[in-house]
Design a protein around this ligand. Structure first.
Ligand code: GLU
Length: 609
């Protein structure tokens, strides 16, 4: 990657004169050590499938969904930053260059390995204090249409990404917090090229044009989206990031930036939301006990509830272990029909348990008092016995009784989810990060906030609360575990994953993906492909996808032969083809160092030395 040779300090001081609202005392100080050079990047093709080479590195590696973001992490690592430092720089650049997927207006889960211990940091959004469980019901008690709920003030949760990153940085950071913002601030103020994917996302988006700030910033007077390759500056975001760089998360959660967020949500023209200044000020990131599960020769560590990711992935992988072996798992460049059948059946059963049991652990007790009950080998063996040669068919899988007792909950029906980004980093000292980060749907709640700066641009507010069940009760009046409650975190599918060798304890891989509930299938299949089938990270990410949330099955459009689809249908899967746009990122350890893969379906790249 070429770098324009302009030192950060020169551009920083040059741009400082044009800023109106933020004080910049520290910018003038001579103690900024990190020299950022903005890269000249030619964006690649918009969508579809772009072959990626896979990247071998020796000492460190960073993988993210956009080349400018990956490069920011790379420059931080090169300057001696830790894996968490790099992840923070990457996240701030993603807020700017991939605003449709994640940012400071959203939430994230970060898994960290420090060479001996694994930690899980929860920056999931919370529901405001003033919400009621009927948040997403209309006057007749019926659920709102998804987009109607999402593109509104109702869906906005109290953001948690900045607080969570601050917590992770306090424990694992090496470079000063404020320096990690230099790449994003520089690109926001100097400008960057709109990527093809941002362009196509803007073109496909229906509601962002209605938002006064978002419509004016991302579209022209005729409603045409910014072209791919257009230079874009985002002075409002630059100013907001300067504040957070200088004052930490309190600049986001109190004062002008928080006031602006609250005022926008509370004054949404159609459906105002309830976030208050108190909600903003009192948000806390949480450290949770990670879930680590033995599987084959590995220990797979993932995020506990409120994410359903790890539990559901490991239920699927655990059930597969109890099924008869498949003779041929790969045929040509795709998983075989026999393997896919088992994978889809295990997914049906795992998603039934997910719909019944998994929600914010601060509000909902796990079955039998422990989430591990869902992964108990004898429980999974009994679930695997339900899988035969024929599919049980759509909507036939029922939740099990992992604790041996009936559950107090009703099953949550499947709901749409989209958006999100995944970052994997391994630094020179062997610290590792797997972080999945989201504003939920593409462009979140379709509200751009300028932090009260009055400058052009800003950051997008999340619609994470639509990850709650819209209906609080089922038809019999039984409560759904993942219903809306004040202060609660909506159930997620995000699955940042770190894998270790059980014998040597060595880190083997860091991976994860966006994709809504299908994150679970994408990550589960990648684990199998890399660790059981022996594919390298890039080959594993290239494999075509097949998913089911319990209903019909979907296979990735144009990637499987018609006979295979016919054969799955003959077993009763009710298959249709659709785009399954994962955004997997994976870094694996090799004998020479690391090998990273980035999803050919998006714009991600891996960098390292
Ligand atoms: N909001 C979703 C979750 O937390 C992720 C959405 C997506 O990946 O598209 O599970």
């Amino acid at each position: 990657m070429d770098h324009r040779s302009v030192s950060f300090r020169r551009r920083w001081l040059a741009s400082a004169t044009s800023l109106v609202i933020v004080g910049l005392p520290w910018l003038a100080q001579a103690d900024v050590t990190f020299q950022y050079e903005a890269p000249a990047i030619a964006p690649e093709t918009a969508s579809g499938f772009t072959d990626k080479p896979g990247w071998a590195t020796e000492r460190f590696a960073v993988a993210a969904a956009n080349p400018l973001a990956t490069d920011a992490g790379y420059q931080i690592l090169k300057a001696g930053g830790s894996a968490v430092d790099a992840a923070i720089a990457v996240q701030m650049v993603l807020t700017l260059v991939e605003p449709q997927s994640s940012g400071i207006g959203g939430g994230a889960f970060l898994m960290h390995y420090d060479g001996s211990d694994v930690a899980a940091y929860d920056g999931r959004e919370t529901a405001p204090r003033a919400v009621r469980e009927s948040l997403f019901l209309d006057g007749d008690g019926e659920p709102l249409a998804f987009l109607e709920a999402a593109a509104s003030g109702l869906s906005v949760g109290v953001p948690g990404t900045v607080r969570m990153l601050e917590m992770a940085h306090e424990r694992h950071g090496k470079l000063p917090w404020r320096e990690l913002f230099i790449p994003a601030i520089t690109l926001a103020e100097e400008g960057f090229e709109v990527s093809p994917r941002l362009h196509t996302s803007l073109a496909a988006e229906e509601r962002l044009r209605d938002d006064p700030l978002g419509g004016a910033f991302y579209y022209d007077d005729q409603g045409e989206p910014l072209a791919a390759g257009a230079q874009l500056r985002n002075p409002a975001l630059g100013a907001v990031l300067r504040e957070i760089a200088e004052h930490g998360s309190k600049a986001m959660h109190t004062g002008a930036i928080a006031e602006d967020l609250v005022q926008r949500v509370q004054n949404h023209p159609r459906r105002p939301g309830a976030i208050s200044l108190e909600d903003m000020a009192t948000y806390v990131a949480k450290e949770r006990a990670p879930l680590c599960t033995d599987w084959q020769a590995y220990r797979v560590c993932g995020f506990p509830p409120p994410s359903s990711g790890h539990l559901t992935i490991m239920q699927i992988l655990g059930m597969l272990e109890h099924l008869p072996g498949v003779d041929e798992v790969l045929v040509d460049d795709h998983p075989s029909e026999e393997w896919l059948h088992q994978f889809l059946e295990a997914s049906r059963l795992a998603f039934a348990d997910r719909g019944m049991y998994i929600a914010d652990p601060d509000f909902v007790d796990p079955p039998g008092g422990s989430w591990e009950s869902l992964l108990n080998p004898s429980y999974l063996a009994s679930r695997a016995e339900l899988i035969g040669e024929e599919s049980m068919g759509p909507d036939a899988a029922k939740p099990g009784r992992p604790s041996g007792q009936d559950a107090a909950w009703a099953i949550q029906p499947a709901q749409p989810e989209y958006g999100t980004s995944h970052i994997s980093v391994i630094d020179e000292e062997g610290n590792a990060v797997a972080m999945t980060t989201t504003i939920e749907a593409a462009f979140g709640s379709r509200m751009l906030a300028d932090g009260g700066t009055g400058l052009a641009g800003g950051y997008l507010l999340n619609n994470e609360l639509t990850d709650f069940s819209f209906r609080p009760l089922d038809a019999d009046g039984t409560p759904i575990a993942n219903r809306v409650e004040p202060g609660k975190r909506p159930r997620s599918s995000m699955s940042p994953t770190l894998v270790f060798d059980r014998e040597s304890d060595e880190l083997v891989a860091s991976l994860g993906s966006p994709g809504g509930a299908a994150i679970i299938h994408y990550t589960a299949k990648t684990l199998v492909a890399m660790l059981d089938w022996g594919l390298n990270a890039q080959e594993a990410l290239n494999l075509p996808h097949a998913i089911t949330l319990g209903g019909p099955a979907y296979v990735e459009e144009g990637r499987f032969p018609a006979e295979l689809i016919d054969a799955l249908n003959a077993r009763g899967h009710e298959v249709s083809e659709r785009e399954l746009t994962s955004g997997l990122q994976a870094i694996q350890r090799t004998e020479e160092g690391f090998f990273g893969g980035a999803d050919p379906r998006r714009e991600g790249v891996v960098m390292g030395d």
